[in-house]
Write a protein that binds this ligand. Structure first.
Ligand code: 13P
Ligand code: SF4
Length: 338
């Protein structure tokens, strides 16, 4: 089901703009005129991160979306994140710079197949990673992010069987951490799935003092070499708080932008793919958003997220359970971008 409405036929496009147009100044003007807040995920292009009002991980950004008093939320991230903003703040206009900014985990978990998976396990509690469509959320009992998943699963009674979807690597990691057996949906992220253990070992040999930090969407063969495993936010906190000078980062490479800004004296090396390069660590969905498209989205107020009220209410319930069961946020995680 389409939840992002494209711009209308009368909307302005890049072709209508002067080639010398100053998009940054245009965004500043529209941000004020529209009373808009710009939220950006850590995987966005550095230019977008630097002009955003808040930069964060999935959990930080959903909390920000729920609390903002802006009239417009310009969500620089992927579709499921913008949907969460609309589910939590239905009275706001939520725009996404590129309507095609999806996620391989969402694509790999279509609502019809998910319903059959659920129906085949009627006595299971359905815990679903936030990287899924609003329609899949509406069929779930509790939503989790990589920041709060372990904390939430530890609150579920021991004898309650659990289904976990859609990321099998995150699910397997959580099973190992909590000792809970879970039935896993067989999905994976195309970015985190591509890191190579062989190349990582070679890189570690060349940088013996480097610490490895990895996102739990990586395969177990990568996680077993990690000194720290966690969400984008926790990886950032880890490298900034650790005395080491060199880190290998096994997640989407644009997170490194915040690390280099906050700790310019440290060295951050993107984890390699099978060809020994880090070119695999770009999220092709996140990179669809550009400064130019952000300007046009603020101008046209489109692409715009619209979710039917029954689906929104269905997805709101497991999201509210997530927010209720999450650890309290540290105030430092809600600070504005510079
Ligand atoms: P975080 O919740 O850690 O920000 O991760 C989101 C994501 O899409 C990871 O690929
Ligand atoms: Fe989805 Fe992977 Fe991109 Fe995250 S990095 S948004 S999980 S495709």
């Amino acid at each position: 089901m389409d939840t992002v409405l494209p711009p209308g036929d009368d909307a302005r496009t890049e072709a209508d703009l002067d080639p010398d147009f100053d998009f940054w100044a245009g965004i500043e003007r529209l941000r004020r005129e529209r009373n808009a807040v710009i939220l950006a995920h850590f995987y966005q292009d550095p230019e977008i991160q630097d002009l955003a009002d808040f930069v964060g991980d999935s959990l930080d950004l959903s909390r920000k979306a729920a609390a903002t008093d802006a009239d417009v939320i310009a969500f620089c991230g992927v579709r499921f994140m913008a949907e969460v903003a609309k589910i939590l703040s239905p009275e706001k206009i939520v725009i996404l710079p590129d309507a095609e900014a999806g996620c391989s985990l969402e694509e790999g978990c279509p609502p019809g197949r998910f319903r059959r998976f659920r129906e085949a396990h009627p006595d299971h509690l359905v815990i679903t990673y936030i990287n899924c469509s609003a329609e899949v959320k509406a069929q779930s009992d509790i939503i989790v992010t990589s920041t709060n998943a372990e904390h939430i699963i530890r609150q579920i009674p021991e004898d309650q069987p659990i289904l976990f979807a859609p990321d099998r690597h995150l699910g397997a990691y959580l099973s190992r951490k909590t000792g809970r057996e879970m039935t896993l949906w067989p999905g994976a992220c195309i970015v985190h799935d591509r890191f190579s253990e062989r190349e990582l070992i070679k890189l570690k040999t060349r940088h013996p003092d480097a610490r490895v930090a990895a996102h739990p969407e990586c395969q177990e063969s990568i996680l077993r070499h990690a000194d720290h495993v966690g969400s984008t936010r926790s990886i950032l906190d880890y490298v900034l708080g650790h005395p080491a000078e060199e880190f290998i980062i096994a997640t989407e490479r644009h997170l490194i932008h915040q690390m280099e800004k906050a700790a310019p004296h440290k060295t951050f090396i993107p984890a390699p793919g099978a060809d020994g390069s880090c070119s695999c660590a770009d999220c092709p969905f996140m990179e669809l958003n550009t400064v130019e498209k952000l300007y046009l989205a603020l101008d046209n107020l489109a692409p715009r997220v619209e979710i039917s009220e029954p689906m929104r209410l269905g997805a709101l319930r497991p999201l509210e359970r997530m927010l209720d069961m999450s650890p309290r946020p540290s105030p430092a995680h809600l600070v504005a971008a510079e």
